[in-house]
Design a protein around this ligand. Structure first.
Ligand SMILES: NC(=O)c1ccc[n+]([C@@H]2O[C@H](COP(=O)([O-])OP(=O)(O)OC[C@H]3O[C@@H](n4cnc5c(N)ncnc54)[C@H](OP(=O)(O)O)[C@@H]3O)[C@@H](O)[C@H]2O)c1
Length: 256
């Protein structure tokens, strides 16, 4: 793929459509991350993804031979450095960082030990994306956008996974402060808060699930419109429900 010479050329055409950005998506081999990769590639952007499993990365490369698939665990500091090295070597720059890799662990604190592998969960959902963001900004200070895929559970914590709610709420707070810090240099900080989405992570769950392509579509639209937050699907009801009917929302979340 031919990349434009300057970042200004890279981000906008005369029609205002974003084009040919270099986008890095953590956890881009499955679910929401893979749908995001599909969508950015369709828009004509250059895409790098990372994940831990070789099989997922190989499937990605088979589907998208122009994409860059890097084996990297985002919780490993050396792997994060190698990931950014690989993006720099292949594309020479990064325009959009998407912190997407994450996962929910069900824990019942009313039962026995509910804290097994807690540090790994917090690292994946909170600490690692903060580190990766800091490391990316040090290399590419004029990054165009940083996206955090948190969750509707960042605003109201799930009964079955309170530590997931805590970590996502933490990332929500980080995104909010970072947005103000980076505003003067024009870096757009977008938080995406999906509702339950149909991905391998939710395969065992019944009930309504949003197609991941709709999360990707909402993300691309929010980036284009430079919105601070995107609420795909029925998550769009959350801000109003939190304001006017928090008890109803509480009852709805108890069933999820
Ligand atoms: N699905 C939902 O209902 C839902 C709703 C709201 C928010 N979210 C959030 O959306 C994001 C994506 O979720 P998803 O449902 O699409 O998950 P998914 O289908 O399980 O995909 C997770 C992706 O992250 C990668 N990954 C996991 N741990 C990693 C690590 N330590 N380092 C690098 N990559 C890692 C996985 O690949 P490997 O396993 O090969 O590493 C995979 O590519 C998560 O942050 C999740 O919390 C999901």
């Amino acid at each position: 793929m031919d990349l434009p010479a300057s970042p200004q050329q890279a981000h906008r055409t005369v029609t205002g459509k974003a084009t040919s950005r270099v986008v890095l998506i953590t956890g881009g081999t499955s679910g929401i991350g893979l749908s995001l990769a599909d969508s950015f590639l369709r828009e004509g952007d250059a895409v790098a993804v990372c994940a831990r499993s070789r099989a997922g990365l190989d499937r990605f490369t088979e589907k998208h031979p122009d994409g860059l698939a890097v084996q990297a665990d985002v919780t490993d500091p050396q792997a994060r450095t190698a990931l950014l090295d690989a993006v720099g070597e292949r594309f020479g720059r990064l325009d959009v960082l998407i912190n997407n890799a994450g996962g929910l662990v069900e824990r019942d604190f009313s039962a026995d030990d509910a804290t097994a592998a807690l540090d790994q969960e917090i690292d994946l959902n909170l600490t690692a994306p903060i580190h990766l963001t800091g490391e990316t900004l040090r290399r590419w200070p004029d990054l165009s956008a940083i996206v955090f895929v948190t969750s509707g559970f960042a605003l109201i914590s799930p009964t079955r996974a309170p530590t997931y709610g805590a970590a996502k709420a933490g990332l929500h707070g980080f995104a909010e402060g970072l947005r103000r810090q980076l505003a003067p240099r024009g870096t757009h900080v977008l938080e995406v808060l999906p509702p339950t989405t149909d991905t391998p992570a939710t395969a065992a769950k019944t009930g309504p699930k949003l197609p991941p392509a709709e999360v990707a579509e909402a993300t691309i639209r929010a980036l284009r419109e430079r919105r601070p937050m995107a609420f795909p699907g029925n998550a769009k009801l959350m801000p109003a429900l939190l304001r006017i009917a928090p008890r109803t929302l509480d009852r709805m979340v108890a069933k999820l």
